[in-house]
Structures are given as structure tokens and as C-alpha cells.
Design a protein around this ligand. Sequence first.
Ligand code: PHE
Length: 478
Amino acid sequence: DSVEELSSLILQSLSKTNEELNSILLAAELNIDHQKVTGAIRSLLAHEGLISTKDVSEKRIQLSEEGLDMANHGSHEYKLFMTVGVNGVSQKEVQALPFAKVGIPKAMAAKWIGTVKEGNDVKLVQKIAPESVLDKVGELLKQIKLGSKFDDKEMADLKKRKLVSEVVIKGFLVGKGSKFSTEISKPELDLTAEMIQNKTWTDKTFKKYNFDALGVEPPSGHLHPLMKVRSEIRQIFFQMGFSEMPTNRYVESSFWNFDALFQPQQHPARDAHDTFFIEGLLRSQKYKYNWKEEEAQKNVLRTHTTAVSAKQLFLLAGEGKNAYRPAKMFSIDRVFRNETLDATHLAEFHQVEGVIVERNLSLAHLIGIFTEFFKKLGIENLKFKPTYNPYTEPSMEIFAYHEGLRRWVEIGNSGMFRPEMLLPMGFPPNVNVAGYGLSLERPTMIRYGINNIRDLFGPKVDLEMIQKAPICRLDKTS
Ligand code: PHE
């Protein structure tokens, strides 16, 4: 009874009559599971116009396991009666049988059996001839199993004995459809030019469009979450009137990375533990006082994007020729530090950098800019703390209250560039430059709920994460 066989049987039955076919009766007739019949009907419904259906439901009496056993082998009392026999059996012996517990009292009540005393023992014996015993319960259950219906009175005792229960079966009344046929034709999937030309399309069935089907995902690249956050932050800076600095060169001379920023040549941060020096490009230069040009010529992978800012400031000031104009510039790009890797440290990470060039600027302006910028990122709880940088004075660190971690976290460093740095570049004395460096990874980790920086960036990143990461809207969070 495969679905195909059952389906064609249903179609054959329908073709022979104009009456509707009841799935529940059909299942009983065929002595198969009703669900198999409804399955076959559902498969026929997939062919448009082949059959029509109406819902029907029927209360059904269902046999319990015990009830089914009785329908097949007789009731407990009947089995007991047959076991006892005309000569009788010791009551003790009978009590060991599985049907005795219910069978003995029932058979006694029906007056089929009785007890006789034999010395100290009690014997059970048949009281009437086997020909005159009718196993009413067993017969009733057998009829129920075959699908006959009985009135409530007859059912009450069986229900009480938990031999039967009532269930509602949901089925179909099946009739012929507008395009009824006993043959199932496969519907056409495409309407072709030929079908239109020779008009054969008129007597063809077409497969219905499934408008709910999901399309095939087009193969495409996916932006890394960091890049999505970067473009968010870029948009915020553009809104605030900043322009972008070119940061496409990872290799800088030590001069722009350190010397222009008054980072002393003997400074520990300059040594090989923190900086990736680029080999093979060293040229021997003369010493100048304490300062070695040779040291400044050494190429490094930039340790901060402030190297770019310094060079941009020099260009902005007219390369020493005092051709200053006001500017607000930012950059977001990669920096390199020779650090021990852990959950919060990478040797390559990203900085969000900026400089503001204007007359009579102060830290107050910088605080104003941070307040606005971080508000757009969804961070409103800020604290500023004095700090030291060789190239800025005053300098301040920026802290934000992290609701998740329930503590203040450092999110950036900033300050007013020192005149020792600005004057030689060619800026007039009353022009001030404010600068800052922020992290790109930190807000990204917070926004995407990533606890280990290595899950966000680097060789251990899961490509699925990149594919599935939603677009980030920083300003929609708080
Ligand atoms: N370069 C600093 C850092 O890497 C940030 C900074 C930039 C501070 C500009 C002041 C001015 O932390």
C-alpha cells in the first residue's frame, strides 16, 4: 500500500461512482491506517482540479491495548472460564495467571464459575456448560475492532474497564474535481513557445507558482563587521564636517611615526619589542647632535595613524611655508604593534584618528566634539582624564561607561598638539591643532557581542560570522 497505489485506488473508486468517498470508512474497509489514506489524498490534492475535498470528523471508539487483546483472544472472564474447565482447578494455581485478577470476580459475578472446598484447598469450577456461555465483552470488542457502532449504554461498561476510549478522527470526503481523471499527469513546469504555437497549452496542467519559496541566495562577497562599523563611523565624521586622510601606506619612516611627534629615539616604545622595523631599507646618515637621522630613516610598520596625521599636518601647513587653512580630518585604518596576543590584544588593529586645525582651539572644543561624536554612536556617559603624550599638551584619555561590563573603559586618547611640533611645520602661533586616537575594534566587539578580539579579526575568524553579521547601526543603541 504505497502512496501511489493508494492514490490510484482512490481515483479508481471515484471513477466508478458519483458519491463521495469517506477517508475514514475507506481506511476501515482496507484495514489500513487512516493516516496513510489522508496522506494519499493530500498527494492527489497537489494536482489542481483532480479531486475535491470536504473535511469530516468522526467520533471513533478506540480499543486500548487490553481491549485489543480481548478482541483477539476473548475477555479475561471468558479465558478464566475456559481454563477452569469442568473438572475445576485449584484457586491458588489460577491466581497466578495474568487474567485471573479481573477474570475471577467477573466470571463469578456472571455466575459462570463457582468454588468448591476440597480438604484445605479451594477449587474453582465451571457452573454452567461451555455451550451456554456467550463472551459478550469479547464479541463486542471484536465488532468494535471491525468498525461497527454501538450505543452509549453498551459502551459505558467497556469505558469503565478502560478497554475502549473515544477519539475524534479528522478525515476527508473526497469527490471528483473539475479536471478529474484516473491518470495522474505530471504538471508542466514551463510554458514553452511550442505550446503556444501549436495551442497544446490549453489542455495541459501547469504547476502552480510557489510565491512563498525562498530564492537562491545570490553568490556575493560580504563586508567584514569591522568594515561595516568603519563605514558607520565614516558617515558620522562626514556628517560632522570632517574629510578623510589617505592612510593607504602601512610603512612609514620612523621620522613621521616617532620623531615628528617628539617620541625620543631612546624611548622604549621605539625599540623592537613594540615596533615592527622594516629591514633592508636602511641608509647610513650623519648624526646631528644627539639625534640620529639614521634612526629617523628606519622604516616601520606604523604603530599609530598619528604618523599619517603628522605628515598631513605638515602638508596642510604648506610644508613649512606658512600656508595654513582650517581643517577637520579623520582616518580609520590599520596599525601594527609587536604585542603578545591575547583576548584583547592583536598585533594588527585599527585606529580611528582625527585632527582639528583652527585658531584659538582648546580642550573644551575637543570635549564638545567627543560628546557629539559618541552621542551619534549611542554612548552618552563619558569621562575625561588627564594623561601624558610627548606630542600633545594638555592630553586626555576618554572613558565611556560600559553598561554590560558595569565599569568605565578607556576608548581613546587625545590632546592639543604641542607648539614645538606645529611651529616647525609652518603653522602660525595662534593656530591650534587638537588630535585624538580611538579604537575601532572595541565598539565593534561591544556591538556584535564578541568577547575575544581574535574571533573578530585575524586568521581565526569564522567566515560564517562574516557572512551572517548584520549591518550595524551604532546610533540605534544605547
Ligand atoms: N596616537 C595616540 C595613540 O595611539 C592617540 C592620539 C592621537 C593622542 C592624536 C593624541 C593626539 O594612542
